[in-house]
Structure formats: C-alpha cells, structure tokens
Design a protein around this ligand. Structure first.
Ligand code: NAD
Length: 297
C-alpha cells in the first residue's frame, strides 16, 4: 500500500533516502530550499509541490533531514511550522543530527499536538543512504517506532531503539565523536607511512587487515587515489561536510559538559576540525582533514 510521505531536506543524505522511498512505491513529496535539489528529486520520479502547507496537511508521515538544530526547530515549531500544519496522528521522523535537547523540545511539542515523533539520526554516509543500508538510532515511544519501522527498513538495514525521546541523538553524537577521532587518526597513520616512503595504498591495506582497522579504512579512505568512489578520490566533494562534523563535535562537547563526562580526544578533534574549517575547508568532505597539515602550511 502506498503511503503519503512528505520529505523535507533533499541534501547529500535526504535525496537518496527519499529516492529509496519512491522506488519502494510510496507517494513522496520532496521539499528543499535549493531548487536544483528539488529538480533532481523530480527527475528521479519524486513528487514536487509549490504548496508545502497542503502537502503536510495531506501527509501520513513527515520526514526531515536538515543540517542542524536551528533548522529542525525552525521547521517544526512556530506558526508556520510542521506542528501547526500536520493532522493529529501524523507520524513525524527527524533523521537530522541535532542536540538531544532540541530533539526533546520538538518531541514534547509534537506529543502535545497528538503527533507521534521519533528522533532517528543515521550513520552510514551517502553510500549507505544510496544503498538503503543506513543504521538508524531511534529515540521515542515503542508504538511510534513500530509504525515507522517499515519505512526505516526501506532506507536502512539496522534499526536500534536507544530509548525515549532524544536518546537516538545522544548515541549518534557518541558515534560521530568517535568517527571524527578515527578519521584524524587514520589520516595521521597513512601520512606517517607516506612520509617514510611507503605507498599510501600499501599502508592502508595492511592496517585494514590489522589491529588499526576501522570504518574509515574499510569504506572511506581519506587519501586521494587509494579507494574508488569515496570523497577523497573526487576532490573531497559530496559526502559529509567538515562543518557538519564540526557541528557534531560541538554537540559532543555540550553533551560532555552537561553530563560531566571527560572527552579530551573529542575536544582535540573539535579543535583540529575547527582549524581546518577556518582555513577554508568547511564545505569539503570531512575526510579532507587528511590535508590539514598542507592547509596550515
Ligand atoms: P546537506 O547540507 O547536504 O543537506 C541539507 C539540506 O537541507 C540542504 O539541501 C538544504 O538546502 C536543506 N534545508 C535546510 N533548511 C531547509 C528548510 N527549512 N526546508 C527545506 N530544506 C532545507 O546535509 P546532509 O549531508 O544531507 O546532512 C543532513 C543531516 O544528516 C545533518 O544533520 C548531518 O549531520 C546528518 N548526517 C550526514 C551524513 C553524511 O554523510 N552526509 C551522515 C549521517 C548524518
């Protein structure tokens, strides 16, 4: 049975996620501030509309995939927000990575309106979004997750219920702090090998079969030319932006401060991505941290 879905935020992640819902036979109406992204969605068989209010009013499910907390708060709250427009009972799923606090704020407001809401941030990168193999980290009620599961299963392959509202964001922030640290560590290790006259591919292949193995070596090598179809091999375009990683490391620092957790490596990673962003690399994929030394030199 075809479900009426509104998908807001057709960026690097949202576009392929929405396209997978279209391919599964659902009526998906896509919205983005960038006309080119909306056009790309329409070209792939997605529905587009000039009337976002009417589309939201008619929706069974609204999914958002936006950059940061302020975009999500702006999209859901206020007189022109999703919560003011959707019907009671509409299932709301926010897949953006935002602060736990912002997710809880929107979740509470949705509950007051009688709309079940999940925070369901993802991991797996643009390849995972394209292939429908994302990992979802979900916060919210059991019943809302049961209703969302068939749609999440189209976009992903692993779905974890982390706890109540906001818990999906908390675990996502932990994961991305680790990812930020791993990308820097992997870059440093490859560069150390190269500085000693080794081939970057040899160093990478050996580490990928040794105790230094991690996700960045497996599917997201940061050194240009080592792996095919990764941002490093196309000028660090597409993928997951430096400024988005910087945002997530900022969320990790806020979370650590609020809970009293000690995260010295996370703090150092944040400083390094901040330097990289300020040197003009904010729009590049986060694996471009491999070039931080060159950028600073
Ligand atoms: P992106 O910047 O490529 O896409 C975000 C899109 O949202 C843009 O196209 C922008 O125009 C649109 N947008 C902003 N405000 C809007 C509004 N009010 N209405 C409609 N559209 C609006 O970002 P992305 O890489 O797709 O990431 C989206 C979220 O997913 C972020 O929170 C990011 O941290 C998270 N994430 C990204 C990746 C990745 O690999 N790129 C992986 C996991 C999680």
């Amino acid at each position: 049975m075809s479900t009426n879905i509104v998908f807001i935020g057709l960026g690097n992640m949202g576009l392929p996620m929405a396209q997978n819902l279209v391919r599964a036979g659902h009526a998906v109406t896509g919205f983005d501030l960038l006309p080119a992204s909306v056009q790309q969605f329409a070209d792939g068989g997605g529905l587009v509309s000039d009337n976002q209010v009417a589309a939201i009013q008619a929706a069974d499910i609204v999914i958002t995939m936006l950059p940061a907390s302020r975009h999500v708060l702006g999209a859901y709250l206020g007189d022109a927000g999703i919560l003011a427009q959707a019907r009671r009972g509409t299932l709301l799923i926010d897949c953006s990575t935002i602060s736990t606090e912002a997710a809880r704020q929107v979740g509470r407001a949705a509950e007051e309106k009688g709309m079940p809401m999940l925070d369901a941030p993802v991991s797996g990168g643009t390849a995972g979004a394209t292939n429908g193999t994302l990992t979802f980290m979900v916060g919210g009620e059991d019943a809302a997750l049961a209703a969302a599961r068939p749609y999440l299963e189209i976009m992903g392959k692993a779905i974890f219920h982390a706890g109540g509202s906001g818990c999906g964001q908390t675990v996502k922030i932990c994961n991305n702090m680790l990812l930020g640290i791993l990308m820097i560590g992997t870059s440093e290790a490859i560069r150390l090998g190269v500085a000693n006259g080794l081939d970057a591919k040899v160093v990478s292949d050996v580490m990928a079969k040794s105790s230094g193995r991690n996700w960045t070596l497996d599917v997201y090598n940061p050194c240009p030319g080592v792996a095919e179809n990764v941002p490093a091999s196309r000028g660090y375009t597409g993928g997951f932006g430096v400024d988005l990683m910087l945002k997530d490391l900022g969320l990790a620092m806020e979370s650590a401060e609020a809970s009293g957790a000690s995260v010295p490596l996370g703090a150092l990673a944040r400083t390094l991505y901040d330097m990289h962003s300020k040197a003009g690399s904010g729009g590049l994929d986060f694996s471009s941290i491999y070039r931080l030394q060159d950028t600073l030199a």
